[in-house]
Structures are given as structure tokens and as C-alpha cells.
Design a protein around this ligand. Structure first.
Ligand SMILES: [Zn+2]
Length: 102
């Protein structure tokens, strides 16, 4: 059973709670795979994504309620955040390449 199906958690909408780095990291990974800049096997893509996410400070947002004051784009379009995400992916992929699981 999924933990979120367990009462009383099942009455809360946790899908509104998102890791803001995840969107940035996955966009960068998608671009790299499309451009054939990284191994596109399951192991390398998931390992690189997990390593990159683990290397960044967690940034969870609750979507919906406060979007007017603090829209999610404020985070994902911030050039500093984009650069940090790119650096994290490149660093992580270098590590994965040194010891690939494929
Ligand atoms: Zn691979």
C-alpha cells in the first residue's frame, strides 16, 4: 500500500507538494539525452537524477495557495537556480560515468 493511501494521510493532497529541483533537473536530463550527451540507459539516467537531487538542498513548494505571491516560476526560471541545477547534473553524470551500473 502506498503510504499516501494510508488514513489519515489519504485525505490530504500531497501532489501539491513538489520538489522544485526535480523539474529543473529532469528538464536538463531530457535535453542531454535528446542531444546524445549522456548514456540513455535506465541506470545512468536514474542514477544521475538521484545524485543530482541529493546534492542540492531540498526545496519543496506547496502549489496552489500561495502561487500569486510566490509563483513556482520564480524558482524554476531563476538563472542562478538553473545554473546550480546544470552544475549538479554535470557533476553527477561525471560520477556515474566513473562507475556506471550498466
Ligand atoms: Zn548507461
Amino acid at each position: 500500500m502506498d503510504i499516501l493511501d494510508r488514513p489519515p494521510l489519504d485525505k490530504y493532497d500531497f501532489s501539491r507538494m513538489v520538489n522544485m529541483w526535480e523539474k529543473l533537473i529532469l528538464e536538463i536530463i531530457a535535453d542531454m539525452v535528446e542531444r546524445h550527451e549522456m548514456c540513455e540507459c535506465q541506470d545512468c539516467v536514474l542514477d544521475t537524477t538521484a545524485l543530482a537531487l541529493n546534492s542540492l538542498p531540498p526545496r519543496y513548494w506547496i502549489l496552489g495557495s500561495y502561487d500569486a505571491f510566490c509563483p513556482p516560476e520564480k524558482f524554476t526560471e531563476d538563472s542562478m537556480n538553473v545554473r546550480l541545477a546544470e552544475e549538479a547534473v554535470l557533476r553527477s553524470y561525471q560520477l556515474v560515468q566513473q562507475n556506471p551500473h550498466h
